[in-house]
Design a protein around this ligand. Structure first.
Ligand SMILES: [Mg+2]
Ligand SMILES: [Zn+2]
Length: 206
């Protein structure tokens, strides 16, 4: 290697080190499930077979995970309270989801779900922030202090996250196109889908 090349290589190496040292703290990412990761249905997703990932969503989660983002899923599952499926079937759906993400080399660190109906008076059903608070206490963080992003297709997803200081991001899959023009009293980012969110987020926090 010529001396000039050696200097150049050293400079490149130093630049890379600087880039690493300057890398921004990666926010924790909270994902709604139906309409964000998998196709939603007004008739509910009732079985493992009905649970089908949206195009690009699994690779998006895996890419974020491999880049060092911690990822959690936060999902209302009132279909359980309504008797459309049980927790065994729900767990099977989640095993399918986790296996797909693993097969792309990524990890979902945790899944919180609310099995209650809208009239059950629970504190976990979004727009209430109970499931997000559970994640905070499980991993020992406070999202009003530690940066986090909530990604959802419904207003209540963004409201639940916003209530705990998570930065709200809307995707236009699932119910997202109906949600985008609803009245909100806070600002949120908008992405075409989870893949677009992942790409932007990877660039922003490299
Ligand atoms: Mg949803
Ligand atoms: Zn609940």
């Amino acid at each position: 290697m010529r001396k000039q090349d050696t200097i150049k290589a050293t400079e490149t190496k130093m630049q890379q080190t600087t880039d690493r040292n300057n890398s921004k703290t990666k926010p924790i990412i909270l994902l709604d499930r139906d309409g964000v990761i998998n196709y939603d249905s007004d008739a509910y997703i009732k079985s493992v077979d009905e649970w089908q990932p949206l195009p690009g969503s699994i690779k998006a989660i895996a890419a974020l995970s491999k880049a060092g983002f911690r990822i959690f899923v936060v999902t209302n599952q009132s279909g359980i309270a309504r008797g459309y499926y049980d927790e065994t079937e729900l767990n099977a759906m989640h095993t399918k989801m986790l296996n797909l993400v693993h097969s792309e080399g990524g990890t979902i660190e945790g899944i919180e779900y609310c099995p209650h109906g809208p009239d059950d008076g629970c504190h976990c059903r979004k727009p209430l922030p109970g499931m997000i608070e559970t994640i905070e206490s499980k991993i020992g963080v406070d999202f009003t202090q530690t940066s986090a992003i909530i990604v959802g297709d419904s207003k209540r997803d963004l409201e639940a996250g916003h209530a705990r200081g998570c930065h709200p991001s809307l995707v236009l899959t699932g119910k997202g196109r109906d949600t985008q023009y609803k009245a909100f009293d806070f600002y949120f980012d908008v992405y075409a889908d989870l893949a677009a969110f992942a790409l932007a987020t990877l660039h922003k926090f490299n």
